[in-house]
Ligand binder design. Structure first.
Ligand code: VGL
Ligand code: ZN
Length: 240
């Protein structure tokens, strides 16, 4: 008899837990994730042309695991992919006499000159996180004339499909992480905040090109009302 009562009580409690979990998942349906530019050319793992410090295999696997977890919990996963034509304006090789990482002005805009990277259709332009996890991957930097750190719009002001796609899915909050903290993560997170999304950036799922610009980027993001979390803390994000 005792066993039967115990069994019934555990079934009821289990049921309540399942229901509350499902409710949280539905509430969480309004939260989206943007995985920024986790591509071969930005990683040391794949010996990328613009490899960012700390982007070894272990880092990419950590990003993969976190993205799987978020997907399993019911969050909608989106990605960005840097996707440049070979004659892209951001490549130093397209500016005779200039060196990699030189900074120039183009029509009043500041342009860092990068080594050629993420050229459309090359092996190291591939997104390294399991492509099946993404509801959509938004490509950026496709216009030869403009760089595009942000997943929302390029330096010429042309919008990508990102905002439309997020709105179509009822997303109001965004968890953002990837590469690089000081460029594409920062620009994507700030444009998201400006577009009205509540944004969370997960620091240990990001890597930056340089420590000083990364620290500055985190400060700038905080000033914009973005919440920076040291690590992925779903409790904190859900309760926000
Ligand atoms: C990026 C430099 C050039 C980035 C993209 O993903 O942060 N950085 N293109
Ligand atoms: Zn680029």
């Amino acid at each position: 008899m005792k066993h039967i009562i115990f069994f019934i009580i555990s079934m009821i409690l289990g049921g309540i837990l399942l229901v509350s979990h499902a409710t949280m998942a539905i509430a969480a349906g309004k939260i989206g994730v943007i995985v920024v530019d986790v591509q071969g050319d930005f990683t040391t793992w794949k010996k990328g042309s613009l490899a960012v410090n700390g982007t070894d295999k272990a880092f990419v696997e950590k990003v993969q695991k976190a993205t799987e977890t978020l997907n399993r919990e019911g969050y909608l996963i989106f990605g960005t992919q840097d996707w440049h034509p070979a004659d892209h304006i951001s490549f130093y090789t397209n500016h005779p006499g200039k060196k990699a990482f030189e900074v120039i002005k183009i029509e009043g805009r500041t342009q860092v000159l990068w080594p050629p990277h993420c050229i459309q259709g090359t092996e190291n332009a591939k997104v390294l996180v399991d492509n099946n996890l993404f509801l959509a991957v938004v490509q950026k930097g496709r216009d030869t004339r403009y760089d595009s750190y942000s997943g929302f719009m390029d330096d010429g002001g042309a919008k990508t499909e990102m905002d439309q796609i997020l709105k179509r899915n009822g997303i109001q909050k965004l968890i953002v992480y990837g590469i690089a903290t000081d460029y594409c993560v920062k620009a994507t997170a700030i444009d998201a905040a400006d577009a009205g999304y509540k944004v969370f950036v997960v620091e240990d799922l990001c890597k930056g090109v340089a420590p000083d610009t990364s620290a500055k980027a985190l400060k700038e993001m905080k000033k914009k009302g973005i919440t920076t979390l040291k690590e992925l803390d779903l409790q904190k994000i859900r309760c926000f």
